[in-house]
Design a protein around this ligand. Structure first.
Ligand SMILES: [Zn+2]
Length: 216
């Protein structure tokens, strides 16, 4: 009875970018001390048996004491791989592993596990930077809505991870030769669908603007 184990093959790495409000301020890329980016790693969570989620949140500091400064800093600050025109970003990577074997003349997937890695990059108003209550209120609303938008992308990735596990466990083939290719194709299709879903989400929400994401 042929049995095989496919070492986890990472799906294509899909990057997501959140477009920011159009900022038309004059550039002033002065060299200086690079502000520290804060990394928070969530405890690993198990979405369901065989689907584990690893999340890292990266916060880039916004040291500003006026709305104008906030907009300028968000444009100019190095932000953990987020291009200057974006304010936040969610990246995901989904990796799957499975074993298979023949039974009853058919090759079936026996076990399937999926890992989801999420990196969510968001701005963080430096704690001693803004004492202006109105600005802080605007910031809180902006940040909460931006985070909600990014979480929407993360949720699609999590849903896809569950779908990949279920689809792999349903997958069978007339013979075990070529099982790895056909099983990976099943998962790859779902990854492609995830990409399209996220593009549609950004089109529908105008990258969060229609969910109220608006810089102070
Ligand atoms: Zn988006």
């Amino acid at each position: 009875m042929p049995r095989g184990q496919q070492p986890g093959r990472p799906g294509a790495r899909h990057l997501h970018q959140l477009s920011g409000a159009l900022l038309l301020l004059a550039g002033c890329a002065t060299a200086g001390v690079r502000p520290a980016i804060r990394s928070v790693i969530d405890p690993m969570t198990t979405l369901e048996e065989g689907v584990d989620v690893y999340t890292e949140r990266l916060y880039y500091p916004v040291q500003a004491d006026s709305a104008e400064e906030v907009r300028r800093v968000i444009r100019d600050t190095p932000k953990a791989g987020v291009e200057p025109q974006w304010q936040g970003k969610t990246r995901w990577r989904i990796k799957w592993k499975y074993t298979w074997g023949e039974s009853g003349g058919v090759c079936r997937i026996k076990t399937a596990t999926v890992d989801v890695l999420l990196h969510i990059v968001l701005p963080e108003l430096a704690t001693d930077a803004a004492y202006d209550v109105a600005l802080r209120d605007d910031w809180l609303m902006y940040r909460a809505r931006l985070e909600k938008h990014e979480q929407g992308h993360a949720e699609y990735a999590l849903a896809t991870a569950r779908e990949i596990k279920a689809a792999l466990l349903r997958h069978e083939a007339p013979s075990c030769s070529g099982m790895a290719e056909s099983a990976n194709a099943v998962a790859d299709d779902l990854m492609q669908r995830l990409k399209a879903t996220n593009e549609e989400y950004d089109a529908r929400t105008d990258h969060g603007k229609k969910q109220g994401v608006k810089l102070p």
